[in-house]
Ligand binder design. Structure first.
Ligand SMILES: *Cc1c(COP(=O)(O)O)cnc(C)c1O
Length: 395
């Protein structure tokens, strides 16, 4: 049996002619950028997350950039975020001329360590970007309290967490601005690049809308330097077909995560992502990330590749290989922490700067999870893990 880490083919066939027709209609309409489908999606998406405004754009990365610009964050400013994320989170901060201040994570949920945020605040701090990584929501009650106390803006990176909630409220609707990606592998995926920002502040919405169209409040009047970051009508048409399915897809992801948890919880050699015991956590499980782990921080097993700086542990790599030999393909999100990326050499971080993040990079492995993953495939993943790891233990 082959188990891919992610697949769209079943979803595309299930959507069938609805999807085909939506795309063909756009093709035939001749309205390729902006227009009716885009407007319809913005309204539907804002409603779906309980925000007053949604502004579409070209990608999740652009969504972050538009949010930072709309809050007047730039040169001389610092923005606090987690080092354990996709690179774009920090890249967006640098793109507007500000400095990313990277902090460590809580190993239990892979999310920004709320205790570390206050230690990172300086007089130059302007905003916090909590990343709801892998679909797991950050504790937004605590985060908003910290932000208010220090008068910091909050931009939520919801790229991996469309449909996640903290304490009954959707992520993205807590802070000043929420940023979403519709990259094909996210919970709500377009057929290419697309993104959106949400906010309850009309002024911010208006500013982001203008920034996404060359800083242009009306045709050929440019009030500031902006971007070309519009959503294509074809992407909006695809998203309009998919958005009504999002909550049922998330339910399926949650069932798969629950099954993984039940079947794998007895295996000593791995640590599972925290089960949603806390009622405030509504995890959309964009990824199911286990750790092949030892408890000590100074594990002898961890090594750094001298060629590319990626972290690994022989136990994790062994498991990845064993699964691959059985047709189960897993992914490592993320092998190199942002603070040690070559692009960020100038920030001055070193090995050991953020020890939890570094250790986690060496230990994580993302198991296959997507709504159409069949029960047979789920069982096969669990059985193979059980067999492989009990084999290791006996030897
Ligand atoms: C995917 C992702 C982004 C960037 O989104 P794009 O649409 O690919 O530009 C930003 N942050 C996180 C955490 C992501 O996973």
């Amino acid at each position: 049996m082959q188990v891919p880490p992610f697949s769209l083919s079943e979803q595309i066939s299930a959507l069938g002619t609805d999807l085909d027709e939506a795309v063909l209609n756009v093709l035939r309409s001749g309205q390729y950028i902006g227009g009716q489908e885009v407007g319809k999606f913005e309204t539907a998406f804002a409603n779906s997350v309980g925000a007053s405004h949604a502004v579409s754009c070209n990608s999740g990365t652009d969504a972050l950039i538009l949010a930072l610009r709309a809050l007047d964050i730039g040169k001389g400013d610092e923005v606090i975020t987690a080092s354990f994320s996709f690179f774009a989170t920090a890249e967006a901060i640098s793109s507007v001329g500000a400095k990313p201040v990277l902090v460590d994570i809580d190993p239990k949920n892979y999310l920004i360590d709320l205790e570390q945020i206050e230690l990172a605040i300086t007089s130059a701090s302007k905003a916090i970007i909590p990343v709801h990584l892998f679909g797991c929501p950050v504790n937004m009650d605590k985060l908003m309290t910290i932000a208010k106390k220090h008068n910091l803006k909050v931009i939520e990176d919801c790229a991996q967490s469309a449909g996640s909630k903290w304490n009954e409220r959707f992520v993205g609707a807590w802070g000043d601005i929420g940023c979403f990606s519709f990259f094909p592998t996210k919970n709500l995926g377009a057929a290419g690049d697309a993104g959106a920002v949400i906010t309850n502040d009309l002024k911010l919405a208006k500013r982001m809308r203008e920034l996404a169209i060359h800083g242009m409040p009306r045709r050929y009047l440019h009030s500031e330097i902006g971007y070309n970051s519009r959503m294509d009508a074809i992407q909006a048409a695809v998203l309009n077909i998919k958005l009504p399915k999002l909550s049922q897809w998330i339910s399926k992801r949650q069932l798969i995560a629950a099954k993984y948890h039940d079947e794998l919880k007895g295996i000593d050699a791995i640590k599972l992502p925290q089960k949603t015991k806390e009622y405030k956590v509504f995890n959309s499980w964009n990824q199911y990330v286990i750790r092949v782990s030892s408890d000590s921080l100074e594990s002898k097993d961890i090594s750094i590749n001298s060629m590319d700086g990626s972290f690994s542990s022989s136990a994790r790599d062994q498991l990845k290989d064993d699964l691959a030999k059985n047709g189960i393909n897993t992914i490592i999100y993320y092998p190199i922490p942002i603070h040690l990326q070559p692009a960020y050499k100038s920030l001055g971080y070193r090995n050991g700067s953020l020890p939890i993040t570094e250790k986690i990079c060496a230990e994580v492995l993302s198991l296959p999870i997507f709504p159409e993953l069949s029960l047979d495939q789920q069982n096969f993943v669990c059985k193979t893990l059980q067999r492989t790891l009990s084999g290791n233990r006996n030897s």
